[in-house]
Write a protein that binds this ligand. Sequence first.
Ligand SMILES: CC(C)(COP(=O)(O)OP(=O)(O)OC[C@H]1O[C@@H](n2cnc3c(N)ncnc32)[C@H](O)[C@@H]1OP(=O)(O)O)[C@@H](O)C(=O)NCCC(=O)NCCS
Length: 204
Amino acid sequence: MDWGKFKRELLVGPAVRPYLAEIARLRITIFKEFPYLYQGSREIEIKYLQAYAEAPDACVFVVRDGDAVIGAVTGIPLSGEPTSFTASFAGSPFSLDTIYYLGEVLFFPAYRGQGLGSRLLKEFEDHVRALGRYHHLACATIERPEDHPLRPSDYHPIDGLLTRVGLTRHPELRVTLPWPDLDGNVTENTMVFWMKELQQLQNP
Ligand SMILES: CC(C)(COP(=O)(O)OP(=O)(O)OC[C@H]1O[C@@H](n2cnc3c(N)ncnc32)[C@H](O)[C@@H]1OP(=O)(O)O)[C@@H](O)C(=O)NCCC(=O)NCCS
């Protein structure tokens, strides 16, 4: 796939480590935005992101403009995530062992709306399919009321993009997570999972 002036790199295992600080910077900057409203810290972010350098089959794609990382997607098998995160899958038709979780897809604002995110998600999905062990892709979006006071008037919901890449919202699969909001107070946030069945499995 032609990335033009951008450089795209797939990182796995220890190759992720040198990029942790830049991915943390992406997360801290972007997750301050609506709908996340998350006040991240470099130390906690880097600790959280270590899992992407350590978990078997985890991966990170970064997109660079020159030397700077301007976008990324992260992924990890869902079975390695805490049960507090995955509890709603118990009793669902989905088997945790064969779900690959899209942790986040992020681009700095100046790079959005020109197809980079869709292209990166396609390459991410191709990579997960090639692993041959995963029946489903999952991701989670945050629930915010339409009339949330911090919702910008030009806000682009991500739902259109997720639907276009074949993910389906599963309102029955949800989790509530605490995180520090922009005032520094820890608040509860509800996330809903989206699922996509992967075809052409190599080892079904
Ligand atoms: C979501 C995101 C990665 C998409 O990347 P992108 O390169 O802008 O995506 P594309 O140009 O391929 O597609 C545009 C789609 O992105 C979504 N989008 C989300 N925020 C957007 C923004 N600020 N500008 C443009 N599109 C945005 C829209 O769904 C849009 O689809 P639409 O045509 O249905 O409106 C990027 O906009 C972003 O980083 N947003 C903030 C972080 C985020 O919400 N990440 C997802 C959860 S971790």
